[in-house]
Design a protein around this ligand. Structure first.
Ligand SMILES: *Cc1c(COP(=O)(O)O)cnc(C)c1O
Length: 356
């Protein structure tokens, strides 16, 4: 399939705002990638065109039954002035897995990655250059058939939009306070907790709003059945560094298989750490915080890369981890990953892809 280009003339194009405090996900670039799917015909009309509103029927499937999926990755300006993507092929593969689970059509991963690189290249004036800042890339797909019945849509729109984002750690790489909820659950076995689909995030809002009202940054989710085993923190995967072990919840279908998680596991193993993917009871974590056996706790995800956790609140009691300070392992992982992403460090795993 060819990608049609409908580009704005140079005088109508913008660039990344000069100020450093770019808000997350509020500014969008000049163009977006669009393609359309119809059952029987497949994907068609691939184009890069001016960013703008969609015109959808109020009866479109996505508005009623949330047949929608998305991805999130970033383009980074390296210290050598080259533009890097971090393991984008993993995002493409995950998107297809999400599409499969939500009864949506598969995308051609190679073609879409090519389109993504083309779009980023066209919009390169929008990539901020300050270390830590990046161009956030949001691919998404939704069912658009006009029909009020519950069945898979026969039509889909696929888009890629771009948003310049500032450095996540502007005020320093500081730990956050997390609220452990035993009232709400994020996902149950057999459900869609391991899929980046809209409904999961709508369902999580109440818990995170309540946590914020109590003064916490995010929620730590426990499993749906026993409300005992740790799952995720907000929209990040979570790691616990016990004395001789780096532990993270196993991928059992209720947590999102993060690409940052996968990368952290591989690096930590190569550094000689014992990394386990297993069930982690919340008591083990809290006792570890009290006894000092738990040395560090941190979340992982594309937005923050590594997010140190300094305090967990559970059943009215606060448990401080590592005196509320960022630990050396979290710092080393952060430095190593961002070093690779910004081209300051070698890329021994071949994780980086360049644009163009
Ligand atoms: C996207 C996401 C993550 C992190 O995935 P990365 O690929 O590392 O960005 C973790 N948990 C949830 C719920 C997510 O949506």
């Amino acid at each position: 399939m060819e990608i049609k280009l409908e580009l704005l003339p140079p005088e109508k194009r913008g660039r990344v705002p000069a100020h450093k405090n770019l808000p997350f996900g509020r500014i969008f670039t000049d163009h977006m990638f669009y393609m359309f799917y119809r059952e029987g015909d497949g994907w068609q009309d691939a184009c890069i065109k001016p960013y703008g509103s969609l015109c959808l029927d109020p009866a479109a499937v996505v508005f009623h039954y949330s047949q929608t999926i998305f991805e999130g990755l970033k383009a980074y300006y390296g210290v050598d002035d080259r533009i890097r993507l971090f393991r984008p092929e993993r995002n493409m593969a995950r998107m297809n897995r999400s599409a499969w689970r939500m009864c949506m059509p598969q995308i051609d991963e190679t073609f879409v990655l090519k389109a993504l690189k083309k779009l980023v290249d066209i919009e390169k004036e929008w990539i901020p250059r300050e270390k830590g800042s990046a161009l956030y890339i949001r691919p998404l797909m939704m069912g658009t058939e006009t029909f009020l019945g519950v069945k898979p849509s026969s039509e889909y729109v696929f888009l890629i939009i771009l948003s310049p984002v500032g450095a996540y750690y502007r005020e320093g790489f500081n730990p956050v306070k997390i609220y452990v909820t035993d009232k709400y659950v994020r996902a149950a076995p057999g459900g869609v907790g391991d899929v980046k689909t809209g409904g999961n995030y709508a369902a999580s809002l109440m818990a995170s709003e309540e946590a914020k009202k109590l003064g916490y940054t995010q929620v730590l989710w426990l499993d749906a059945i026993e409300r005992r085993y740790v799952e995720e923190v907000g929209t990040m995967n979570i790691f616990f560094y016990f004395e001789d072990e780096l532990a993270t919840p196993a991928l059992t279908g209720t947590i999102l298989p993060g690409i940052t998680r996968e990368s952290v596991i591989q690096m930590a193993r190569d550094w000689g750490l014992r990394v386990t993917e297993r069930r982690i009871p919340i008591e083990e974590v809290l006792e570890g915080a009290e006894s000092g056996r738990l040395k560090e706790c941190f979340g992982t995800g594309t937005a923050a890369v590594i997010s140190p956790v300094g305090c967990l609140a559970y059943k009215g009691k606060e448990y401080v981890i590592n005196e509320g300070k960022t630990g050396p392992l979290a710092r080393r992982l952060f430095e190593e990953l961002t070093g690779i992403q910004y081209g300051e460090k070698p890329d021994p795993y071949g994780w980086v892809q360049f644009v163009p």
